[in-house]
Design a protein around this ligand. Structure first.
Ligand code: GMT
Length: 377
């Protein structure tokens, strides 16, 4: 198939998932075209069957408002014509589903082949942005105009029907990982470089440090853990709330027990030496970071919100607690870090859950089947 995939390049789960899907589909022999404002950070090396197409949004001093929707729709029209796209897959509805719809209207009006549009809903495109009254009519219309719609969890599917007037059927296709890349692997010397002392534990938080991730709560949980267990917290990723989290760590006197590593390309290596992932988000339609950690046999302590219960099996691959139960999360973290048998059971359970439900071959086949269904309709 000739497939166009549109996503955000900035660090975030939807860009990660879209880029990995593009790579997986190209490996399966499809002709894949990834469209974004810059090469997404997980694109890595050149790969046969996968081409990148940049969207340029020229600025004009008279207009303060960026015209990304227009330039993206324009690029999609050009690309669809050039390579005769069969499927155009928009990741994150805002404004990608709208740009895809607009591109299809232009292509239809001008004659020639018109791709079928698939939109994948990722989370905040519905729960925070799309359902906002400033956007809701346009976003709901664009989703309804897609030829096929998927959501990354049952929870997000339900949220979408609750928050917006959507008439389309939504198929749940969960996110996935490459279970060969994401697995616990020996990384000589890395753990020694990251811990203060060999007997200390490594706790990790990975996110784009936006308010829903509650980075300061991560530090609060860790402070309680650190008081009882020799440990270090690694903050992986960047975003507006990182400084606040580091300030909180200083205020709590955590010193160099909290370290910010910034955006990291080789997350699997870091996870391979980690003992625990903290994800106390206020909202999470899926929780790609939790999935990646579990694939590397890292137990997860997370909030029982949104789609996280569909990813983290409570008591099997980690523990889920109410988002405001900071003491409870800390107590569970201490348990997991001090009871070797419990840790081993959760680590094994985490990997097993991922292998049973979230590995690449199975989920990529679901997307292929979905494209096939949309093309046949
Ligand atoms: O981080 C976001 O809010 C945006 C989005 C993204 O692009 O990373 O994240 C959402 O999509 C991810 C991939 O499907 C999910 O793993 C995240 O849970 C989801 N974020 C939220 O729902 C807050």
């Amino acid at each position: 198939m000739r497939i166009g995939i549109v996503c955000y390049a900035s660090v975030g789960g939807s860009g990660v998932v879209a880029t990995e899907l593009a790579r997986s589909l190209a490996r399966r022999g499809h002709d894949v075209h990834l469209v974004s404002t810059e090469p997404p950070f997980r694109l890595r090396d050149f790969q046969t069957g996968l081409a990148f197409h940049r969207v340029d949004t020229p600025s004009y001093p008279l207009l303060r408002e960026p015209q990304y929707l227009l330039s993206l729709a324009n690029r999609l029209v050009q690309l669809a014509r050039e390579v005769k796209l069969e499927v155009l897959h928009a990741h994150y509805a805002v404004p990608h589903a709208t740009a895809a719809y607009l591109a299809r209207q232009i292509l239809t009006a001008n004659g020639g082949p018109v791709p079928r549009i698939v939109t994948t809903l990722h989370g905040t495109d519905i729960t925070l942005l799309g359902s906002n009254s400033s956007y809701s009519e346009t976003v709901a219309f664009s989703i309804n105009q897609s030829d096929g719609v998927t959501a990354v969890s049952e929870s997000l599917k339900a949220d979408t029907y609750r928050a917006m007037r959507i008439q389309r059927d939504i198929q749940v296709i969960p996110n996935y990982v490459n279970c060969t890349t994401y697995c616990r692997q020996p990384v000589p010397g890395l753990r020694e470089r990251l811990v203060n002392r060999p007997d200390h534990k490594l706790v990790v938080h990975i996110s784009n440090f936006r308010p829903v991730k509650r980075a300061e709560v991560v530090v609060d949980i860790f402070a309680r853990v650190h008081a009882q267990v020799g440990s270090r917290l690694l903050l992986v990723g960047e975003g507006p709330d990182l400084d606040g989290a580091l300030a909180r760590a200083r205020k709590l006197g955590l010193g160099d027990a909290v370290v910010a590593l910034g955006d990291q390309e080789d997350v699997a290596a870091l996870l391979s030496v980690a003992d625990l992932l903290l994800l106390p988000s206020s909202q999470e339609s899926f929780g790609q970071a939790a999935l990646e950690a579990m694939a590397c046999s890292v137990p997860v302590i997370a909030s029982r919100v949104g789609g996280l219960p569909e990813v983290v099996a409570d008591g099997v691959s980690g523990f889920l607690l109410p988002p405001d139960d900071i003491d409870g999360m800390a107590a569970r973290a201490v348990e997991v870090l001090t009871d070797d048998a419990l840790h081993a059971r959760l680590a094994e359970g985490a990997r097993r859950v991922v292998c049973e439900r979230f590995c690449e071959p199975c989920i990529v086949s679901e997307y292929e089947a979905f494209y096939g269904k949309v093309l046949a309709a």
